[in-house]
Design a binder for this molecule. Sequence first.
Ligand SMILES: Cc1cc2nc3c(=O)[nH]c(=O)nc-3n(C[C@H](O)[C@H](O)[C@H](O)COP(=O)(O)O)c2cc1C
Length: 178
Amino acid sequence: MDTETIKAIARRKTTRKYLQRQITQSELETILFAGCAAPVAGNDWHTMQLVVIQNKELLSRISKAGSIGRKKASDPFYGAPTLVLIASEIYCPYPFHAGQQNAACIGENMCIAATDLGAGSTYLTGFLPGFEADSELVKDAGVREGFKTMAAIALGYPEVADESEKKMDHQEIITFIR
Ligand SMILES: Cc1cc2nc3c(=O)[nH]c(=O)nc-3n(C[C@H](O)[C@H](O)[C@H](O)COP(=O)(O)O)c2cc1C
């Protein structure tokens, strides 16, 4: 692989077992910077909100609510010490589910930045039905009124680091018209 950016993209993988050790403030800030450098529809950042949650009690409440309905009653955040909620204005003025698309752009930038810093990340949506069903919890989690959480990124250090680089395994999904 060619550049440092491509290397980080190739090394990014979903972490599903985290150490308890918290990421540093400087790493967190770099990851948030990467998120906020993402493209968003109309460059309308006021349609988006990020909530960084490192409070253990709140994380545990969201984890419990988010595991309702899951096949295995396990922590949907895999023990990650940081969770970043990515919310979007419910009545986002842009078509094609722009709020969700914005969240995906922000989230993936954060995941790649985390990889580059040697941290682990998980793009999460599975906990959302349980989380969204508890309006008091959503309020306690700081999600603004009129906003809906579209995704979240779990962050922390992976229990087992995996530095391997992905190969191009999905050539079949690409159509060329030349
Ligand atoms: C929209 C979206 C939702 C996801 N939700 C979850 C989730 O709730 N829990 C989880 O463990 N992984 C979740 N993932 C991670 C995918 O399962 C993972 O990216 C995929 O298996 C490929 O593995 P990789 O990330 O290591 O390349 C999600 C990924 C995306 C893009």
